[in-house]
Write a protein that binds this ligand. Sequence first.
Ligand SMILES: Cc1cc2nc3c(=O)[nH]c(=O)nc-3n(C[C@H](O)[C@H](O)[C@H](O)COP(=O)(O)OP(=O)(O)OC[C@H]3O[C@@H](n4cnc5c(N)ncnc54)[C@H](O)[C@@H]3O)c2cc1C
Length: 603
Amino acid sequence: MAQLIADRREIDFVMYELLDAEQLTKHEKFEDFSKKMFDMIIAEARKLSLKEILPTLAESDKKGVEFENGQVKVPQSFHRAKKAIRDAQLVSTMEDPEWGGQGLPYLISTAIMEYVVGANYSLSGYIHMGHGTGKMIELYGTDQQKQLFLENLYTAKWSGTMVLTEPEAGSDVGALTTSAKKNDDGTYTITGNKIFITGGDHDLSENIIHPVLARVEGAPEGSKGISIFIVPKIWVNKDKTLGELNDVECTGIEEKMGMHGSSTCSLSFGGKGKCRGLLLGEENQGLEIMFHMMNESRLNVGFQGSTSASLAYLYALEYAKTRVQGKEIACLKDPDAKSIPIIQHPDVRRMLTWMKVHVDGMRSLVYYVGACFDKKEVSQDAETKKLAGDMLELLTPVVKAYCAERGFEVCVEAIQVFGGYGFTSEFPVEQLARDVKIASIYEGTDGIQAMDLLGRKLGMEKGMVYTNFLGEINKIISAAKEKESLIALAKMLEKQVNALGLTAMTIGGAAMSENYATAFANAHPFLEVTGDVALGWMHLWRALTAKNALENNPKEKDRIFYQGVVTAARFYIETVLPVTFGKMKSVQALSDASLAMDEAAFG
Ligand SMILES: Cc1cc2nc3c(=O)[nH]c(=O)nc-3n(C[C@H](O)[C@H](O)[C@H](O)COP(=O)(O)OP(=O)(O)OC[C@H]3O[C@@H](n4cnc5c(N)ncnc54)[C@H](O)[C@@H]3O)c2cc1C
C-alpha cells in the first residue's frame, strides 16, 4: 500500500483558510517567519515522516521492544528515524531557539507533529516526551536546573517520561506511596515502585530524565502532599557531563495489545537506597506542576486519536478505490454487468464519509486548540487572550477523551471497509486500531476526563466559560445564516447548540445537588455530546469558509475540494447530529438506572 499519513491539502485548508495561520507572522514573536517558511518546514516534516518514520510502524508492531538483563531495547529502525528527526530539528519546534526550539507558532508545530507523531506514535513517545518534562523544568525549575536539562530535553538528546502510576495509585494519584527524604546536600532520596511508565527505559537516548511524583516524609496525605522530583537515569554533573548511574532499575515491561514499539516499564527507585532526585518547584507543589505536563499530554493523546484515524481513513479510502467486488445495485441481475470498485457501493460510501467527517472534524478541533495556544500567548487584546485560555482549559478533556474514542471507532470502521483483509495483519488498519485503544485509558481514563468536564470545567466562572463556548458556535451559526445555501444547515446546528445548553444546565445543576451521583453517572455521555456538537461547529465553519472560497471561482481541483467540504458538513449535520440530539435527551433525563442496579444483580 502507498505510504499515507494526512492529506496536505486538508491541513492547509485548516491552517490557512479556517484558522488564518499566516496572520500570525504579523505578531512580533513570529515576524521572522513567512507563509513560505511555514510551508517549507511542514513539507520537510511530511517528507521525512513518509521516508523515515512511517516505514518503522509495522516493524515496531511485529518486533516490539526487548527486555534483557534489566535493559530495554527498542526496534532497530527507531535509531535511524530518531536521528533523522533530530537532524531535521523537528522536536520542540514551538520552543525558544535559546533552548533548542525553532520558535514556531503552536499551530504550525501542530501540523508538523501531525506528520512526525502521526506516522508512529510508539516512536514519538521516546522523542517528544522530553518536551513535556522540559516544559515543567522551564516553568518551575531553578536557573541551574534549566541549564542542566532543558536543551538536551528539548532537542531529544535525552528523553523524558511521566512517572505517576503505582500498583495502588492509578486514577487516584493521591494514593501514591513513593517517598522522598531530604539530604544534607539539598538533594532528595527517592524510594518506591512505579508501573506502566512509557519509555521508562530504552536504548534510544544516552540519558532519561524522570519527573517522579513522591511524598516527602511528613507531608500531608492525599494529593495535597505530593511533590515532584527530577530523577535522571544517569546523574548529571554541574558541568552537564554525565556522572554515575542513579539507582533507578527497570524491573520489567508489559506485554500489550498494541503500541508494541513503546516500552511500558515497571521502575524501582532506590532499590539500593541510593536514588537521588532534585526537587522541582516547592515541596507539595507536585500535582500542580505535573498538571502542566498532563494537560499538554492529554491534548497529545487526543491528537493520537485523530492522527491514527487519519491514517486509517486514508488506507481505507485507497483500498476502496482499488478493491473490485460486486455489481452496481441497478445491475445486480445482469450477468454481463461488470464488477465495480467497492467505493461505488452506497454502504461503503456511508462508511468512508462517516470516517472522513470525523477525521476532518477532529483535525479542525485539534488545530483550533493549537491556535488558542498562540492567541493566548501573543494576542494584544485582553478579551481574545482570555477566551483562548478558557477554551484551552474547557476543551482539553473533550479533545483528549472524544478524539481518543472516535479515533478508535474510525480505525475499527477502516477494518470494516477492508472486509476480511482488514482483520489480517497484511494491512495496517488492525494495528492502528490496537495501537490507538490505549488513548482512551492513559493520561487519565476517559471516565476521569468526563468527571473533569462536569465537576470542574462546566462550573468555571459559574458556567460562563461553557456559555462562551456555545457563544463561539453561535457566532459561526449567525455568519452561516447570511449565506442562503447554508441557512438550513445553520438552523439544524442551532437546534443542537440550544439542546446542548439545556443539557449542560440540567446536568450541571444536578452535579451540584444531592443528586450528584446521578449526574456523574451521565458525565461520559455529556462529554460525548459536547464533542459531537463541537465537531458540528467545526463542520459549519469549514462549510462557510469553503462557500466563501467557491465564490472566488477557484480552479477545478480546488472547486472539488471545497464542494467536498460542504457536502461533508451536510453529512455530519444531517446524519450524525440527530443521533446526538437523542443522546442529549437521554442525558437531560438523568437516568439513575445504572446506580439503581443492586451490585448483586450484576451477576
Ligand atoms: C500502555 C500504557 C502506558 C502508560 N503510560 C504511563 C506513563 O507514562 N506514566 C504513568 O504514570 N502512567 C502511565 N500509564 C498508566 C495509566 O495512566 C493508568 O493505567 C490509568 O491512569 C488508569 O489507572 P489504572 O490502570 O490503575 O486503572 P484504575 O484507576 O483502576 O481504573 C479502572 C477503571 O475505573 C475507573 N475509575 C477509577 N477511579 C474512578 C473514579 N474516581 N470515578 C470514576 N471512575 C473511576 C476508570 O475510569 C477505569 O475505567 C500507562 C498505562 C498503559 C496501559
